[in-house]
Structure formats: structure tokens, C-alpha cells
Design a protein around this ligand. Structure first.
Ligand code: SAH
Length: 472
């Protein structure tokens, strides 16, 4: 029997304490350290301890066997291993060559249970990423500059009705973080916040974007492809506002549709004129029309969502022409209506069952990442922070299952506690330096290459417009 955490594309078992990562030189060595520790702990003589000792030895044995089985399986060439996917795809997949899938086929993949088949899926998706982007991974430093929000999304930890101290970083402080990112060789940043569509906010953002461009060697209007790359994630705005921010120098925009099912959208949001699915979708079209590299995404396993919905989400991303995709597991947040619903459904789970729930959620999120790569091969796909909330090596594994992007949080530490979209959000006490170092290590552990000083634009954007793909 194969155990659950087996066969994930985890290049190295990594995380014990990320602040002082042990950085084992090899997986074998790390395994050795772990079993030695257990051996030391169990040298006592009394009965309970000797039982514990045999249990630990058994576990160590089991781990060893598991590692051997995995090693045996991985000895087969990956070209051969991915052939098992034929039964889902209706054709034999070739390394690095994407296939088109129907809604039914996507549902079958999402329901895939065999761990061997799943590993083949992740490796196949990775082969597509590598055929397009090589092993390059790009940083987007994220600055969560304000938690003030006009929206009341029923799942979110910074929704309007949440009792949380509100902040907006002073302009100069936002600019400082951006300049730090530039000086630390990040190619791009992302400015993210709650949603606020006032004139004051737009004017402030315009000014901040212009100043960041100016201080990082960027040009004025028409010269946006110089200096630090700037992405925005500030929600639904008017066409005019989107245009002003684009003219100021932002060139990417991330707006998650949250779900492609308008009926589910209604359940996840208040039923008022401030939360209309069609308007959110139209915002995506407007952003593309203006010329932004546009990203979208959804939450995974939010109450009320079906596997069929998730399959439709992927086709929605493809059909609308998304250049960037950011998806993550839904994670419960207290004092929110959806959080309460989740508690009714799953609150009774014991620790073991909760672990099982998280494993399922993690696997489903990885399948979504892999399928996004297969269906929209040239998009930039994020290994999102929320993945790490449910698996300590979540981002590394995602980087080997279709993702090619990570977003170190560079928000000043003092604000982070008030930008908790969900409970247990990682990196809440960390500094930007720690987030940079941690993610640099994670990329290394993923056997990928971190690209510094480059924008890492999505190739799909240029292809659609018959433009040459720039390096920077
Ligand atoms: N308001 C901005 C961005 C801030 S929230 C916008 O609309 O783009 C960023 C993302 O966090 C949201 O799009 C949502 O998908 C995700 N999010 C919010 N609450 C969450 C939760 N409880 N679990 C997981 N992700 C959540």
C-alpha cells in the first residue's frame, strides 16, 4: 500500500523550522538525522518507553520502505510513467506537449485517486512548464498596502464587517518597500489591498506607481516596460480608473473571479449591487482590453463548490484568456458566514480527520495547478501562500507540479497581523528579509532557478498579440 504523502514531487523533505532551515544536503541524510533523533529519545528502559520505542522503530521502518518504494517507482523514466494518463486523456501524453481536455475529462482527473497516476500528472505538468519556461521561477514581492475594504465577501478575513483595525500604509512607506524589492533584485512587485474605488485611492495609487517607476529606472507613459514591474490586485474599478493606473505604469492585474459559477458566487457574497459576478467578469475583459497582463483564479474546496465547478473554473480561465493564474485552497476564517458554514460541515473532525481533510485539499489544489498548466500552458501560474498554510512544503511541491511563480510577502511586519485573509496565514511575524530568504531557499529546494532582475512576463500575453517576447 502506498501512503498519502508518498509520490509527491517533493525534491527534498525540507521544513522543520523555516526560520532556521536545516538545509539537509540530501534527502537520505535528512532521513538519517530524523531517525537518529528518535533513537536518542527512546533509550530509556521503562515499559511505556520501550513500547514507544518499538512504535518509533516501526515507523522508521515504514518510512524507509516507503522511500524505497518511491525510489523504485521513480527509477522508471518519466516519459514512461506519464503514459498512465492515457486513460484519463484518451491519448498518450508526450513530455512537454500539452493536451486539450473536455469538461468530463477534467472532472475525471480531479477525481483521480491513484497516487501513482497523480504523480504522473504532476510530472507531466512540470514537463510542460519546463518546455516553456525552463526551470526559471520568478519573484513577485507582494505589498499588502491597505486592508480597508468596501466589499463584504462572506469568506474573507478583511471583509467590511470584520472587526479588525484598519490601516493604509503611507505613500512613502509603500514606495520604500518597492525600492527595497528593486534593490534586492526582485523583477516585479504586486500591490494588493481591500477594495476601495474612491478618487482619493486612485490618485494615491497613480502617484505611488509613478514614483516607484521613477525611482527604479522606469520611464513615463509608453515606457512601462522599464524599471520595476508593477502588478495590482486592488479589486473592481471603473474602466477609467484601470486606464489611469495603467498609464501611470502598472502593467499586470490580478482579479480572482473566485468561482466561475454565478450561482455559487451569489452564495459566497452578499446579494447586492456591490457584488455582481457579471461585473467582476467584465472587469477582467476591460483589463485585457486596456492591455494589462491579466490574471484570475479561484478558491478551492469552499463550501458549496463541486468538482464540476472546479473543472468549469479551469475552462473559464482558458476561455477568457487569462495570462496569470493564482489559485489557493479555501481556508476557514472565524466570524465569517462561510467560515461558520465550514465549521458546521467540518468543525467536528478530530485531529486525524482534519489532517486527512487537509491532505485531500492539498492534493486537489495541486491537481488544479497541474491542470491549469496543461490547459493554459503559457500562463504564469503561482505557487500561492495558502498552499503553504496546509502543507509546510506546499509551495515547493507546487513549483514541481505546474507553477512557475512565487510571491514573497514584503509588507512591513507590523501590518501583517491585520491582513489575515484566513486563519493560520503563513509569514505573519516575518520580515521582508526573512520572506525573501525563505522563498529563495524554497526555490532552491525545488531544484528550480530563481530569476533575478527579470520581469518574467507570461508568454501567452505576447503570443496573443503577435508581439515579440521581451526578456525584461
Ligand atoms: N480584494 C482584492 C484582493 C485581496 S484578497 C481583490 O479582489 O483582488 C485576495 C484573495 O484572497 C481573494 O481574491 C480570495 O481569493 C483570497 N481569500 C480571501 N479569503 C480567503 C480564505 N478564507 N481562504 C483562502 N483564500 C481567501
Amino acid at each position: 500500500m502506498i501512503s498519502e504523502d508518498e509520490l509527491l514531487p517533493t525534491p527534498k523533505k525540507t521544513i522543520i523550522n523555516i526560520r532556521q532551515p536545516p538545509i539537509p544536503t540530501s534527502e537520505i541524510e535528512f532521513a538519517h538525522v530524523v531517525s537518529e533523533e528518535s533513537d536518542n529519545n527512546i533509550s530509556q528502559t521503562n515499559n511505556i518507553q520501550s513500547e514507544l520505542s518499538s512504535l518509533k522503530t516501526e515507523r522508521a521502518e515504514e518510512r524507509k520502505k516507503r522511500r524505497e518504494r518511491t525510489a523504485n517507482y521513480l527509477q522508471q523514466p518519466v516519459e514512461e510513467r506519464i503514459k498512465v494518463l492515457s486513460k484519463y486523456f484518451g491519448q498518450v501524453p508526450q513530455m512537454g506537449v500539452p493536451v486539450q481536455l473536455t469538461h468530463d475529462q477534467i472532472v475525471n482527473v480531479l477525481n483521480m485517486e491513484s497516487l501513482v497516476d497523480q504523480r504522473a500528472l504532476f510530472d507531466y505538468a512540470n514537463s510542460i512548464t519546463e518546455s516553456i519556461y525552463g526551470n526559471k521561477v520568478y519573484f513577485r514581492g507582494i505589498i499588502e498596502f491597505s486592508n480597508v475594504c468596501q466589499k463584504d465577501c462572506k469568506y474573507c478575513g478583511i471583509r467590511k464587517h470584520m472587526k479588525v483595525p484598519r490601516y493604509t500604509m503611507p505613500k512613502e512607506e509603500i514606495i520604500e518597500q518597492a525600492v527595497w524589492a528593486y534593490e534586492n533584485h526582485f523583477g516585479s512587485i504586486m500591490l494588493q489591498s481591500g477594495e476601495l474605488n474612491t478618487e482619493g485611492r486612485i490618485a494615491m495609487l497613480e502617484e505611488v506607481i509613478r514614483e516607484i517607476k521613477k525611482r527604479t529606472g522606469g520611464g513615463g507613459p509608453g515606457e512601462w516596460n522599464k524599471g520595476l514591474g508593477i502588478a495590482l490586485g486592488v479589486g473592481e474599478l471603473s474602466r477609467e480608473s484601470y486606464q489611469r493606473l495603467f498609464n501611470a505604469g502598472a502593467h499586470r492585474y490580478l482579479l480572482r473571479i473566485e468561482t466561475s459559477n454565478p450561482e455559487l458566487y451569489k452564495k459566497l457574497h452578499p446579494n447586492d449591487s456591490n457584488h455582481v459576478w457579471e461585473e467582476r467578469r467584465d472587469c477582467l475583459k476591460t483589463l485585457m482590453d486596456i492591455g494589462y497582463q491579466t490574471g484570475t483564479g479561484v478558491m478551492i474546496m469552499i463550501p458549496g463548490q463541486s468538482v464540476e465547478d472546479l473543472a468549469s473554473d479551469l475552462l473559464f480561465f482558458r476561455d477568457i484568456g487569462a495570462d496569470m493564474i493564482g489559485m489557493g485552497p479555501y481556508i476557514v476564517q472565524d466570524d465569517t458566514p462561510i467560515g461558520e458554514e465550514w465549521m458546521k460541515l467540518y468543525g467536528h473532525l478530530n485531529e486525524e480527520e482534519k489532517k486527512e481533510y487537509n491532505r485531500k485539499l492539498f492534493r486537489l489544489s495541486l491537481k488544479m495547478t497541474a491542470l491549469a498548466r496543461i490547459l493554459i500552458p503559457e500562463a504564469n501560474i503561482s505557487a500561492t501562500t495558502a498552499l503553504q498554510a496546509i502543507n509546510p512544503a506546499g509551495r515547493e511541491i507546487a513549483l514541481n507540479s505546474g507553477a512557475n511563480m512565487v510571491m514573497p510577502i514584503i509588507t512591513p511586519t507590523k501590518y501583517r497581523v491585520n491582513y489575515q485573509l484566513y486563519q493560520g496565514k503563513p509569514c505573519i511575524d516575518d520580515t521582508k528579509e526573512e520572506c525573501k530568504r525563505c522563498l529563495t531557499d524554497r526555490v532552491k529546494w525545488s531544484n528550480k532557478h530563481l530569476m533575478l532582475d527579470e520581469w518574467g512576463d507570461p508568454i501567452s500575453y505576447f503570443r496573443k498579440r503577435q508581439m515579440e517576447v521581451p526578456n525584461k
